[in-house]
Design a binder for this molecule. Structure first.
Ligand SMILES: Cc1ncc(C[n+]2csc(CCOP(=O)(O)OP(=O)(O)O)c2C)c(N)n1
Ligand SMILES: [Mg+2]
Length: 737
């Protein structure tokens, strides 16, 4: 409301004395009118500019103005906002300017929401706590839940908001307000998305201070509400969620909307739980400029809507109540028009972004996880003294042990770290632990064992079985400055989170031009060779994620690398997908002594597992020990010297190590566990063929799984996944080429 210009003279002359409307003063209603009228006229102006081809897209907030202004007036600037594209009036009321909105329309470098990267009406204003939004319907809702959880966490752990040196915290400013509320809005059609229900479930269960605002204009593009929503009314369907405050309101009336939001905010701030405001609004300008609603809505229906248009309605109200006369209205409208003309002229002159800037902010510009600060040596482990006084070498730990220890060390070091996921807690019913009735679980693979008992149930807890819920909430938390290290129980079940993983988490920094970021870690148990794992417990598929810019992807093959890379993942400033091969968790291969609490391996640095001169094998994960076995056999039986490279990190990957090796051996084989076609090795093979053609004495070869699924029967599994003998034969053939 800070930017709303109000003429003081107008004020004195026109404002009716102390009368208020559900707590709104006459002056606030005048302000509301100015904002709503401005909002509508920006839409009109953008439509004109689009027709003149001066901007490239338009999405209007027409018909939704009143509820947006009501929300902004009832909530606080220190609250958090996850709006959707119809929330133009909300953003104006919170302090965004028409000029800023027009900058996004023209795609200007100075567009504060995205620097010309996002369509108009994709709001993001860092200074106003308006968090970057995207285009997929509904992805904002779980993030808003995570945002609210972060606010509560900061309230309970205020010290965590302090800056710290040497990791992501150096660059992540945290601010919060006790009793803050998170606003999230969506359309009626968007309530059909599963993530909407996942968000309500968690907000309800954890009594989170989230105000859900469904702006129901009766349509989702051309699909009417009764087709989207069973029974045609979302309020009825959600009414069973406990701890909620519910409101169903005429969203074209700012006074009623304001009262509803006031009650909702009070409920949230009192810690009673979330609120749900179902606001009935209208959509007078079709879905977008690409849509003509006359194709599916008859005139009579459209006219009935028009009769409820919030802008003329508020104008009539002000006149009827004697708050403003015609002159007063005209004055406001004239001022708005003049300002908008000036803003438009200025926005049309604004410089576009530089083409060279396209790679800026795909990753953090502040902290480079490939750099030397993430390159430390393992501490030399002290030998153990046995009961008889004899000293022996420090015990070798499994990958599972060292991942657990790394999580423990980092949680001790950084109180912003929280862990959640399916079954990761020791025991959700804390009293069983306290009474020592149970030992605790700590993950289906026990990787998080006893962390809840050590760090408390607000830092380590179970999530519902809902992978989008895990990733979406974590994204909201990380946006606020927490460091979620969440677990997806099996790679095979990561897919419900795919919208968050492709369209949200890795894109947040880039699309907001570095105004927002969400560095977090997702640990995922991956891979086969399980003898009975079958289709749904054996999948790989890492290339699907290395294909996503903005997401770091790590895949260690041994205990020491897992510890070092996980620590880098946690301390770094980017989102990281940390892939843990289930078969390697407790393998004898690659065990190592505890490397100390600061051991780190930088991203994008391969490890030469075995140096060689005749042939380069590039691999990672569970294929590393298999390739090593094959290489050793080849050396023994045929005196072929294989250089074996373990990539360890897949994005970024160590091209220098590959190039140096292939230049030396002139032969390259890429081996990976995923099915052959379009797999991770395809990219490496293409690069070698492209960049090292003149160094090659043989074609680039690949060994990978068959292009089918992983079967249950071990005979089939063996035939499907790459085995040491397959690797041996391929190496032998390539060496002989
Ligand atoms: C996940 C997803 N599916 C489809 C779309 C295309 N789309 C954009 S808006 C929209 C309709 C949304 O309707 P509603 O939630 O009622 O919001 P309204 O536009 O009516 O305000 C659709 C289908 C999208 N953006 N995201
Ligand atoms: Mg709708």
């Amino acid at each position: 409301m800070a930017t709303t210009k109000v003429d003081p003279k107008l004020n004195e002359a026109r404002v009716a004395k102390a009368k208020t409307y559900e707590g709104l003063t006459s002056q606030q209603l005048i302000d509301a009118y100015r904002i709503m009228f401005t909002s509508r006229r920006i839409d009109d102006r953008e439509i004109l500019l689009k027709r003149q081809q001066k901007i490239f897209f338009q999405i209007s907030g027409a018909g939704h103005e009143a509820i947006g202004v009501a929300a902004a007036f009832a909530l606080k600037p220190s609250d958090w906002y996850y709006p959707y594209y119809r929330d133009r009036a909300l953003c104006l009321a919170l302090g965004a300017t028409p000029y800023e909105m027009l900058l996004q329309g023209v795609g200007a470098a100075d567009d504060p929401s995205s620097g010309g990267r996002q369509m108009p009406s994709h709001w993001a204003y860092q200074r106003l706590n308006i968090v970057t939004q995207s285009s997929p319907t509904g992805t904002q809702i779980l993030q808003a839940v995570g945002c609210a959880e972060a606010g509560l966490y900061f309230t309970q752990h205020p010290k965590t908001t302090e800056k710290a040196q040497g990791d992501y915290r150096e660059f992540k400013n945290v601010h919060f307000e006790p009793k803050e509320v998170t606003y999230v809005s969506l359309g009626d059609g968007t309530t059909s998305e599963g993530e909407f229900w996942e968000a309500l479930n968690t907000a309800s269960n954890r009594r989170l201070p989230v105000v859900f605002c469904v702006q129901d204009n009766g349509y989702a593009i051309s699909v009417p509400v009764e087709v989207q929503t069973a029974g045609g009314n979302i309020s009825r369907l959600v009414s069973g969620f406990p701890n909620f405050h519910f409101e169903e309101v005429d969203g074209t009336d700012p006074v009623l909307g304001y009262a509803a939001f006031r009650r909702a905010a009070e409920h949230c701030r009192a810690g009673r739980g979330p609120a749900f405001i179902h606001a009935h609004v209208i959509r007078p300008y079709s879905h977008s400029l690409s849509d003509d609603e006359r194709l599916y809505r008859p005139d009579a229906e459209r006219q009935a809507d028009a009769a409820r248009d919030p802008v003329p309605r508020l104008q009539m109200f002000l006149l009827r109540e004697g708050i403003l006369d015609e002159k007063g209205i005209n004055k406001i409208e004239k001022e708005v028009e003049e300002q908008l003309q000036a803003d438009t002229d200025r926005a049309l002159e604004a410089a576009p972004p530089q083409p060279e800037s396209i790679h800026n902010f795909v990753y953090s510009p502040n902290l480079d996880p490939t750099s030397a600060i993430f390159d430390t040596q393992p501490e030399v482990a002290a030998p153990e003294t046995a009961a008889d006084g004899k000293r022996s070498a420090a015990p070798n730990k499994t990958m599972a042990d060292l991942i657990n220890t790394t999580l423990r060390d980092e949680m001790r070091r950084d109180e912003r770290i929280i862990i959640f996921g399916e079954d990761v807690a020791d025991c959700s019913r804390e009293e069983y632990l306290k009474q020592k009735l149970v030992k605790g679980k700590g993950g289906v693979f026990k990787l998080t064992a006893s962390l809840q008992q050590q760090f408390g149930s607000d830092r380590v807890f179970n999530s519902p079985i809902a992978e989008a819920n895990i990733v979406g909430r974590a994204t909201g938390m990380a946006t606020r400055g927490l460091k979620p290290v969440v677990e997806v129980q099996f790679f095979d079940y990561i897919w419900p989170a795919m919208m968050q993983l492709r369209d949200e988490l890795p894109v947040i920094r880039w699309r907001s031009n570095n105004a927002f970021s969400a560095p977090l870690v997702i640990r995922v148990a991956i891979g086969g060779y399980l003898t009975g794992g079958a289709i749904y417990h054996s999948q790989c598929g890492e290339s699907i994620f290395t294909h996503i810019p903005g997401l770091r992807v790590v895949f260690p093959s041994n205990a020491l690398d897992a510890a070092g890379l996980l620590r880098t993942a946690i301390r770094c400033d980017d989102p990281v997908l940390f892939l843990e091969h289930k078969r390697l968790y407790r393998e004898t291969f690659g065990r190592a002594p505890y490397p100390g609490p600061d051991y780190m391996v930088p991203f994008g640095k391969a490890k030469v597992v075995q140096p060689g001169t005749d042939l380069t094998v590039i691999t990672y994960g569970a294929v590393v020990p298999r390739a090593l076995q094959a290489a050793q056999k080849l050396e023994r039986e045929h005196h072929v010297s294989v250089e074996l490279i373990d990539l360890r990190c897949l994005n970024p990957f160590d091209w220098e190590a590959i190039a140096a090796s292939v230049k030396k051996t002139n032969r390259a084989l890429i081996a990976y566990e995923d099915s052959l076609s379009w797999g991770y090795g395809a990219e490496i093979a293409a690069r070698i063929a492209d960049k090292l053609f003149h160094h090659l004495d043989a074609p680039v070869r690949r060994v990978a799984a068959a292009d089918t699924f992983v079967a249950y029967q071990p005979i089939l599994e063996d035939a499907i996944l790459p085995q040491p003998n397959d690797l041996f034969l391929a190496m032998q053939e390539l060496a002989q080429f």
